[in-house]
Design a protein around this ligand. Structure first.
Ligand code: GLN
Length: 547
């Protein structure tokens, strides 16, 4: 039976609950425990898959094909534990399951209510995989007091009450605002937020307090006394220069010790933090800098490309350089020549995306990278744009485009070198899709294998010809143009195992130009940088030496 740690937030949102949870997971691992992290989101979307990246940031895809909250990306990056479909749940998903059961007649004519039916569903979800790990860390999205969060808070209260004594603890993250005029850190908002929690029957065991200033002993004692926690369970969370400092910083503040104390685990196993010390060393002692342009659409919200940004940082760590990322709005190139904008960069990355807006700009960025021999990494839509670029400029298909854009516009304008994928093989079954299908959960999602060409650059980078990567796409490069494009120099160096779906394209006569249909960024970790990002940054370093 796992021990449960529930992580809640108060005072304001965006305090870094996800990071605190992930760092705690990493610290428990450092003490030899196995962990799994889970996110419970109170919104009504069934999953974030249909939400705009501007709304909710990146959609993180798991191996088993779930479209989840980006916090699961933090969890994976810090613990290396691959998240699953059952590690992310929203009110929408809970309610749709409850309503499905109601329609089926599973409740035998009972009146369906938030308590117990919705809360029971949440508790069932919490218990999935209970016997697999030592610690289950469950983060509740939003802040205490939000109307839509109430069923989740009630469920975790009941859960703690029904498990054996000492099996669950509650950790609450708050903010200590600093009043410059009086030079004081204020504890009142935290006290109120803990009261709010207590009013729904949850007494936090640990308080994690975000603060821009040192928290004096007097304030800690006050918080401990009024919030009913032990003084050494008031943990300071100061602002960090890098998120990868978080495990060491939280350890220094005593978070993992406080958690083990709260469970009554004594003596606590000693932590081995060597991995995180190496990570911090690489982050803070970089020996050079490279500049990478991300030419995208959702650039106003950096969280929209969260994993890409992190994977580039990991690639930098592998090469002991700092990667400066600059975001460039692809639409700028609709009117302006990309050259003056892109010349100062050592490498160009075109990320995934949906819809036609900004795609002509991405195609121009691909032309620039190809002709100027600048390292280019195209991810998903970024690969599709590289293929369209090649078709338009290196073959006779001057009107090459993607069916995605024709569908959006409602008219046929392009020769579709990228088409709507209607059938593919998943394990031993064939998946079928129609253009009119629902949008939610119908893409080609999750881990699929690809076979790499023996002599290809990607096989050299991966060190193998058989890989598994995570996907999230509805459109696909059309294999009927393979011969034409390969003749023009763009080789299809990675294919689905049945040889039908192009997974990777590359130019043999370019220093580093690779497009991938999948999302390598989702599997990169600070302590295990993804090979493509490691090599892409290496190419950027080599390019920087040429300039
Ligand atoms: N819109 C494209 C598709 O559905 C690319 C998706 C992506 O970049 N994730 O295939």
């Amino acid at each position: 039976m796992a021990r449960y740690i529930f992580i809640t937030g108060g005072v304001v949102s965006s305090l870094g609950k996800g990071l605190a949870s992930a760092a705690l997971g990493a610290l428990l691992q450092a003490r030899g425990y196995s962990v799994r992290l889970r996110k419970l989101d109170p919104y009504l979307n069934v999953d974030p898959g249909t939400m705009s990246p501007f709304e909710h940031g990146e959609v993180f895809v798991t191996d088993d094909g779930a479209e989840t909250d980006l916090d699961l990306g933090h969890y994976e990056r810090f613990t290396g534990v691959a998240a699953r479909n059952t590690d992310s749940v929203s009110s929408g998903r809970v309610y749709s399951t409850v309503l499905e059961k109601e329609r089926r007649g599973d409740y035998l004519g009972k009146t369906i209510q938030v308590v117990p039916h919705v809360t029971n569903e949440i508790k069932d979800f919490l218990e999935v995989g209970d016997d697999e790990v030592d610690f289950m860390l469950c983060e509740i999205g939003g802040t205490v007091g939000d109307i839509e969060g109430l069923p989740f808070f009630e469920a975790i209260r009941q859960f703690g009450h029904q498990r054996p004594r000492g099996n669950c603890i509650y950790m609450h993250l708050t903010l200590l605002p600093y009043l410059a005029a009086s030079g004081e850190l204020k504890t009142k908002p935290t006290q109120h937020s803990v009261k709010e929690l207590q009013s729904i029957g949850i007494a936090p065991d640990i308080l994690v307090c975000r603060s821009e200033h040192n928290i004096p002993t007097k304030e800690r004692d006050k918080l401990a006394l009024f919030c009913n926690v032990r003084p050494d369970s008031v943990i300071a969370a100061y602002d960090l220069k890098s998120i990868y400092e978080a495990p060491l910083a939280y350890h220094k503040e005593g978070l993992d010790q406080a958690v083990l104390d709260a469970f009554g685990i004594a003596p606590a196993p000693k932590p081995d933090l060597a991995k995180w010390e190496d990570v911090a060393d690489r982050v803070f002692n970089a020996e050079g800098v490279v500049n990478v342009a991300i030419v995208g659409k959702y650039i106003q919200l950096e969280d929209a490309y969260k994993s890409i940004k992190e994977a580039l940082t990991h690639g930098g760590m592998a090469n002991r350089v700092k990667v400066n990322v600059e975001w460039i709005d692809a639409e700028v190139f609709d009117k302006e020549d990309p050259a003056p904008h892109l010349e100062k960069f050592n490498a160009i990355l075109v990320p995934g995306g949906f819809g036609e807006r900004g795609t002509e700009g991405k195609i121009k960025a691909a032309t620039f990278a190809r002709t100027r021999k600048v390292p280019y990494l195209g991810i998903c839509l970024g690969m599709q744009m590289a293929v369209i670029e090649a078709a338009r400029n290196l073959t006779d298909l001057a009107d090459a485009g993607s069916e995605e854009f024709d569908h959006e516009a409602g008219e046929k304008r392009f020769t579709p070198v990228v088409y709507h994928l209607k059938e593919w093989v998943e394990g031993n079954r064939t998946v079928q899709r129609a253009v009119a299908d629902d949008k939610g959960g119908t893409m080609r999602l999750g881990a699929y294998n690809a076979t790499l060409g023996e002599q290809s650059k990607v096989a050299e980078i991966y060190g193998t010809t058989s890989i598994s990567e995570r996907h999230r796409h509805r459109y696909e490069v059309d294999i009927q143009y393979r011969e034409k494009l390969e003749k023009a120099g763009l080789s299809f160096s990675g294919m689905s195992p049945d040889g039908k779906l192009p997974e990777i394209v590359e130019y043999a006569d370019h220093p580093w130009f690779i497009g991938v249909q999948y999302h390598p960024e989702l599997k990169s970790k600070p302590f295990a940088p993804h090979p493509l990002f490691r090599d892409f940054v290496k190419a950027a370093v080599e390019n920087s030496r040429l300039v």
